[in-house]
Design a protein around this ligand. Structure first.
Ligand SMILES: Nc1nc2c(c(=O)[nH]1)N[C@H]1C(S)=C(S)[C@@H](COP(=O)(O)OP(=O)(O)OC[C@H]3O[C@@H](n4cnc5c(=O)[nH]c(N)nc54)[C@H](O)[C@@H]3O)O[C@H]1N2
Ligand SMILES: Nc1nc2c(c(=O)[nH]1)N[C@H]1C(S)=C(S)[C@@H](COP(=O)(O)OP(=O)(O)OC[C@H]3O[C@@H](n4cnc5c(=O)[nH]c(N)nc54)[C@H](O)[C@@H]3O)O[C@H]1N2
Ligand code: SF4
Ligand SMILES: [Mo]
Length: 741
């Protein structure tokens, strides 16, 4: 007997609704849910492989504890006792800063990741927090923090209503979109063209996205800040600046004019390898479009000038009157966000409130750069990191200089990993705590609803009951929080404490619909079955669409959401400025001081440029996802391979042959790689995907080991970063290439 269950896909940012076929406790099929209010039946090959991924025989089903040097299965009680003892020993002897927290990409995809990391970090009392954000989108947070006063206010392209989309360093046809949650991104691109809109792509690689565009320009990696600055220059020079409805809410426009003055199209054309006239055309088209959105993603962030580039994306949008209006860039309003309040000046956004111990990197959003983790572990002295809590991260493959990190992790006094796999990173742990597979986990998009191109809300309870002996990821985290604070007690008390605090705050807030009510009375109305569900219910009810605990009987609550298994549509994105602004001035501060102070670095780079330097970029494949989906046979092989793409002209110049081998060298090391000659990468650029290199001993991922590939991040030494955001340079990295003889 089979049955079906609905479940939002946790595997990428598109958040498609899936309809799972389940036999017994096994997922035997996955289709797109045609009735899903947001994804309308879209699915990709990763979602279709949900069952295979879920049932991967290499998934850990019991905790592992290291005894006499070897990891062996243990009970949960034994595992948490070991965690408690390990963390306690380090903190007693060396203080709270001696424990670091490392959070990876899946933490923004799981319920537990959305709820517990701040509690864990708080319980540990550490400032040594490292996440995938500084290998990814941190420049965008810095830009938003400075422009809008809220680092989490990230505007997204209003894909369903735009007529002009300028894409910079994103390949949503393969990635399915990022910082822009949109199931069926390819379909939405087609729809733009079908309704007469235009798409322009700037990318050193002619990606599948580029092939869908009206205009494609093979910009030189790392040169976008120059190109976008020149576009800003043209807008001012040709009197094309028009803030539209935003004019009254923006300050600093004339300062930006000043900054852009010397970035003429002629001055930057050679560095970008884009003719000056084409840069003018890009600016004019953007200004002329009825409704235009500029969208920058990984290739605009993980570069030397990531924050400048991210800021320029919004500056161009603002100067052409396209921020916060339909068809432009807009701010989603998630169901669990804080309810909107009348506009008022905020506290602004501060960078560098503290610094990393060894290299003095400034803190950003209470994080330190991922590239600094290894040195914080290796360098002796007060505050040296001796214990690490890793959750959903595989930095040995995803962060620069994996070999160094590999050695550093091996020398820790204590390490615990919350991870379903024994892989390149978790193999160093003293305790591995495996969360259950996705079918046994609930799903709610705390992160991605705030980045979605349409306001909507969906919740899935576990499709399959927890297997015997398994612990939900929420329960794992709640127990970790207790261990970290060295407290005994009921893990559910962790959630109850959060709910009580939220209710207490709400009843004291004159602007809240529950102002003046009694917290215990509100708490008694919560209906969730678990602590995590009661927290969700609390947020939904107090949120912008909430029922205010009865104040608005039509409003949202967990019960109401459960009654709508295909989700609830909350409508198209709506303008949110000025209420959203949290800058001190209460305006969009277009020319923040830290940004202006970074512009001379860009000028110096332009002057010092060496055009013939070969540079490395990454790439993503539709059937892959960072480092952890190479263990599913249907997802590896075919075109999903770890090859070095080289342009025919470079191959000829260097004497490389298709299918031959080459030696690729960077600051951090060298690799021998298989060569794939293709004119889809531009000359002077080579492309190697990340997340490979599954050939280390002590892992338990048999399929991945058979498709090992090489770790591109071994070419990086971690010294190159965007200084404002601490984000690693992963694209536009200088390398040398030679044939293997
Ligand atoms: N050269 C280069 N390097 C890159 C990039 C690049 O483009 N080029 N991209 C960067 C980017 S954007 C990112 S986000 C990072 C990603 O890098 P990481 O954040 O390290 O993410 P993954 O490599 O996906 O590793 C995820 C880990 O989470 C585990 N996991 C899977 N599901 C779950 C779950 O439900 N719960 C828990 N607790 N764990 C789970 C997996 O087994 C795996 O160990 O890589 C970065 N590194
Ligand atoms: N299939 C699949 N989907 C994924 C992932 C995955 O690994 N596989 N990872 C997920 C994650 S963690 C993320 S963050 C997102 C990323 O989502 P995207 O940003 O859409 O993904 P990328 O393929 O890294 O796209 C970056 C593009 O920037 C280009 N580029 C590189 N350097 C430059 C440059 O200097 N200038 C310009 N203009 N372009 C440049 C690259 O050629 C590439 O096409 O994808 C998510 N979705
Ligand atoms: S596009 Fe992303 S969310 Fe949708 S099915 Fe594929 S992996 Fe899942
Ligand atoms: Mo990412």
């Amino acid at each position: 007997m089979s049955r079906t269950a609905l479940r939002v896909c946790p595997l990428c940012e598109a958040t498609c609704g899936l309809s799972l076929t389940i036999e017994g406790s096994r997922v035997t099929g996955a289709r797109g849910d045609r009735d899903d209010v947001f994804s309308r039946g879209f699915i990709c090959p990763k979602g279709a492989a949900f069952g295979a991924l879920d049932a991967d025989p290499d998934r850990l089903r019991r905790p592992l504890v290291r005894r006499a040097g070897r990891l062996a299965e243990a009970t949960w009680d034994e595992a948490f006792a070991a965690v408690r003892a390990g963390l306690r020993a380090v903190s007693r002897e060396h203080g709270p800063q001696a424990t670091a927290v490392v959070l990876g990409n899946p933490m923004v995809h799981t319920v537990a990741g959305g709820l517990y990391p701040p509690l864990l970090i708080g319980a540990l009392g550490t400032r040594n927090v490292f996440t995938a954000s500084t290998l990814d989108q941190m420049p965008k947070h810095v830009s938003s923090g400075l422009l809008y006063g809220d680092a989490n206010a990230l505007p997204v392209p209003d894909l369903d209503r735009t007529d002009h989309l300028l894409i910079i360093g994103a390949n949503p046809v393969d990635s399915n979109g990022s910082l822009c949650t949109a199931p069926d991104f390819p379909g939405k691109l087609k729809a733009i063209r079908r309704r007469g809109g235009r798409i322009t792509v700037l990318d050193p690689r002619r990606t599948r996205t580029a092939r869908m565009a009206d205009r494609y320009m093979a910009v030189r990696p790392g040169a976008d800040a120059l190109l976008l600055f020149a576009m800003v220059h043209v807008l001012f020079a040709e009197d094309l600046v028009d803030l539209g409805d935003l004019s009254g809410h923006v300050t600093g426009v004339e300062d930006v004019r000043g900054l852009a003055a010397d970035f003429t199209p002629e001055a930057v054309a050679e560095a970008c390898d884009v003719p000056a006239d084409d840069i003018r055309t890009l600016a004019r088209e953007l200004a002329a479009a009825e409704r235009a959105a500029v969208y920058g993603r990984l290739g605009s962030c993980t570069v030397e000038f990531g924050t400048l580039t991210s800021w320029l994306v919004d500056v161009l949008t603002i100067l052409t009157g396209n921020l916060d209006r339909p068809g432009g860039l807009m701010f989603p309003l998630a169901a669990t966000a804080r309810a909107e309040r009348p506009p008022e000046p905020g506290k602004g956004f501060a960078l560098g409130r503290w610094h990393s111990r060894v290299s003095g990197h400034p803190e950003v959003k209470s994080e330190l750069p991922a590239v600094a983790l290894a040195e914080e572990i290796e360098t002796p002295g007060d505050g040296q990191v001796r214990a690490v809590v890793v959750a959903g991260a595989n930095p040995v493959l995803s962060a620069p200089d994996g070999d160094r990190l590999d050695r550093a992790l091996a020398g820790l006094d204590f390490m615990v990993s919350v991870d379903p796999y024994l892989n390149e990173t978790s193999r160093h742990a003293h305790v591995v705590l495996p969360p259950p597979p996705p079918s046994q986990s609930p799903h709610f998009d705390y992160a991605f609803n705030a980045l979605a191109v349409r306001n909507q809300v969906r919740y899935s309870r576990p499709a399959v009951p927890l297997a015997e002996g398994a612990l939900s990821e929420a329960a794992i985290f709640a127990r970790l929080v207790l261990c970290a604070s060295d407290q005994e007690g009921d893990p559910e008390a962790v959630d109850a404490m959060v709910v009580d605090a939220a209710l207490g705050k709400a009843v004291a807030d004159p602007l809240s619909p529950v102002h003046g009510r009694v917290p215990a009375e509100l708490g008694a109305r919560l209906t969730g079955e678990t602590g995590a569900e009661r927290r969700l219910d609390t947020m939904l009810r107090l949120g912008p669409y909430g029922d205010g605990f009865g104040a608005d009987p039509e409003g949202l609550s967990l019960d109401r959401l459960l009654a709508h298994p295909h989700g609830i549509d909350l409508g198209p994105l709506r303008p949110r400025i000025p209420a959203l602004l949290k800058t001190r001035s209460g305006t969009v501060e277009l020319c923040p001081e830290p940004i202006a102070a970074d512009v001379p670095r860009l000028r110096r780079a332009l002057a010092a440029r060496t055009a013939d330097q070969l540079v490395l970029i990454g790439r993503r494949h539709l059937r892959s996802n960072n480092s952890w989906m190479h263990n599913v046979p249907v997802l590896v092989g075919g075109s999903n391979r770890c090859t070095l793409q080289v342009h025919p002209a470079d191959a000829a110049r260097l004497g490389l042959t298709d299918g031959g081998r080459a030696r690729l060298k960077g600051d951090g090391g060298e690799l021998e790689v298989p060569v794939e000659i293709t004119d889809t990468v531009r000359a002077g650029v080579v492309s190697l995907p990340h997340g490979w290199g599954h050939d280390r001993p002590g892992t338990r991922t048999a399929v991945a080991a058979d498709h090992a590939g090489v770790n591109v991040n071994q070419l990086l030494d971690g010294s190159r970063l965007d200084p404002l955001s601490g984000t690693a340079v992963l694209n536009g990295y200088p390398v040398q290439l030679a044939p293997v003889t």
